[in-house]
Design a protein around this ligand. Structure first.
Ligand SMILES: [Fe+2]
Length: 145
């Protein structure tokens, strides 16, 4: 994946400034995972709410830090759950998680270095990835729970 500095969003209208919502339609029927997904959506919405804030503001830094920590916790819990049910696509799924973590880390580095504002590509990537991942890839292991 390219870093934020050489990737451009062609259609500015596609930048998400709207909150994203968890719904029963993407429930996995596992309360712990569902709650973790809800929390990830909430933290993303917190960033969206402050999209116009200075990227170095305390609220952005704190929320980004909390989100990164929570993503780590969630991915390891989810992967442990998949392991416990012998989910056959565990390795494939882990790669999706690693790729997301790597991309988000690059975005955060760029934001910290002042190459981007929080409102732009990080939010676009974050909200699109979360919605897509929880409604597609995660749904696949629901059948094994
Ligand atoms: Fe996942």
């Amino acid at each position: 994946m390219n870093s934020i500095s050489n990737r451009k969003i062609k259609d500015k209208e596609s930048i998400p400034t709207q909150a994203i919502y968890w719904s029963e339609a993407i429930s996995l029927g596992n309360e712990e995972v569902d709650n973790q997904h809800k929390k990830l959506f909430e933290l993303t919405n917190e960033l969206i709410k402050h999209a116009d804030a200075d990227a170095h503001s305390e609220i952005i830094n704190e929320t980004l830090y909390e989100l990164l920590q929570y993503v780590d916790t969630h991915f390891s819990d989810e992967e442990a759950l998949m392991e416990s049910i012998n989910y056959p696509k565990l390795e494939e799924h882990k790669k999706l998680h690693r790729s997301f973590t790597k991309q988000i880390a690059m975005f955060c580095r760029d934001v910290v270095q002042g190459k981007a504002t929080i409102a732009e590509e990080l939010l676009a990537y974050l909200s699109h990835w979360l919605q897509h991942h929880t409604s597609q890839a995660d749904q696949d292991y629901k059948n094994y729970l």
